[in-house]
Design a protein around this ligand. Structure first.
Ligand SMILES: Cc1[nH+]cc(COP(=O)(O)O)c(/C=N/[C@@H](CC(=O)O)C(=O)O)c1O
Length: 397
């Protein structure tokens, strides 16, 4: 019956975690999957999360199905965090927001919705992008194309080529973009570049699909949401998938959202209905526990302030690790330019290491990167950063 089923080759990111867990070498370092570890190498339980969850445990009650669109207070909190509580798009009710199973659930449900109502469109993703973007949108039935993005020569952005490409795309082309803290490169558009790109998106009638999985890991919660807010300001209709996996350290609780910015509250009502239909056909309804924690934190001023402060600490630690690794590499290999560690932002940096060098890092030094050369900076610590620099220098020599 299943003779024709091929063996699974593994996921370029998630399967590395399985290999890492099996690795018994005491000096192993995980710089592959996009998970934030603290300086002790532990996956943190945020104080604001612990406080909210402890309070919720006093309110244990029945666990019926949630509505297909999720909890109303969660959805409202997602909109306020993404767009700002006073944004006209929020106050006018023209955003359709659903609670989803992580940011992944938002991308998948949005992909299915788009395939149903924009079936002739094609999808354009940055070159490179998160490994799973292609799988998700091809899985929804779209042809997936690349637009120029990362400049390997400079470790920066090929913005002029990206802009020129957007100017050629047919109306209703779906352009998948990262709000901030680009995965895998850490290279973002500046606010000025977004201000140049957004009029082209509007003029061409493109459909932006913004993936905001790292809000708070760049410059801050407000700064990192510049792109969706600027798109909404410009009256563009677009999709925004967001994730709380990293910013709440609640990866396994699957807390995400999908917002569709529409032209009116009436339009948002119809879009919401069809998003519910897409949810029903995927997983029926979203989970309760994790999203209740997120809602409690986002809706309680003192918890929100504590969470924001903890996120700032996480952001600051990542920045400090970037600086420490850069300094250690510059000392070991003075002739090479590692400035990209300082200019790239968020959880990831694109090291430019070849797959073979990444393999050597793993096999000879027990340092794990994704084979694309992506490094998760959040896996560095004051204990291992010198060792990682030494290992990188060894394979680069
Ligand atoms: C850009 C982006 N979007 C969405 C997700 C999925 O988030 P979630 O809310 O957990 O469904 C991830 C996860 N990225 C990390 C883990 C993974 O690959 O799944 C990573 O890139 O390592 C992203 O990096």
């Amino acid at each position: 019956m299943f003779e024709h089923i091929p063996a699974y080759p593994g996921d370029p990111i998630l399967s590395l975690m399985e290999d890492f867990q099996r690795d018994t070498r005491p000096n192993k370092v995980s710089l592959s999957i996009g998970i934030y570890f603290d300086d002790d190498g532990r996956l943190p339980v945020m104080k604001a999360v612990r406080t909210a969850e402890t309070a919720l445990l006093q309110e244990i009650g029945p666990r019926s199905y949630l509505p297909m669109e999720g909890m109303a207070d969660y959805r409202a909190a997602v909109q306020k965090l993404a767009f700002g509580p006073t944004h006209e798009a929020v106050t006018s009710g023209r955003i359709a927001t659903i609670q989803t199973i992580g940011g992944s659930g938002g991308l998948k449900v949005g992909g299915d919705f788009l395939k149903r109502y924009f079936s002739d469109s094609q999808v354009w993703v940055s070159d490179p992008t998160w490994e799973n973007h292609r799988a998700m949108f091809e899985g929804a039935g779209f042809p997936v194309n690349l637009y120029p993005y990362y400049d390997a020569a400079t470790g920066g952005l090929r913005f002029e080529e990206m802009l020129a490409t957007f100017k050629t795309l047919p109306a209703r082309s779906i352009v998948l973009m990262h709000a901030s803290c680009h995965n895998p490169t850490g290279v973002d558009l500046s606010q000025d570049q977004w201000k140049q790109l957004i009029p082209v998106i509007a003029e061409r009638g493109l459909i932006p699909y913004v993936d905001m999985a790292y809000q708070g890991f760049g410059d801050g919660l407000v700064e990192d949401a510049f792109a969706p807010r600027a798109l909404a300001d410009a009256g563009v209709r677009f999709f925004l998938a967001n994730s709380f996996s990293k910013s709440f350290s609640l990866y396994g609780e699957r807390c995400g959202g999908l917002s569709v910015v529409c032209g009116s509250a009436e339009e948002a009502g119809r879009v919401l209905g069809q998003l519910k239909s897409a949810v029903r056909a995927n997983y029926s309804s979203p989970p309760t526990h994790g999203p209740r924690i997120v809602t409690r934190v986002l809706s309680t001023p003192e918890l929100y302030a504590q969470w924001d402060a903890e996120l700032a600490e996480m952001r600051g630690r990542i920045k400090a690790m970037r600086e420490a690794l850069h300094a250690s590499l510059a000392e070991r290999l003075p002739g090479r330019d590692f400035g990209y560690f300082l200019t790239q932002r968020g959880m990831f940096s694109y090291t430019g290491l070849t797959p073979e060098q990444v393999d050597r890092l793993r096999e000879e030094h027990a340092v794990y990167l994704v084979r694309s050369g992506r490094m998760c900076i959040a896996g560095l610590s004051t204990r291992n950063v010198a060792y990682v620099a030494q290992a990188m220098a060894a394979v680069l020599d």
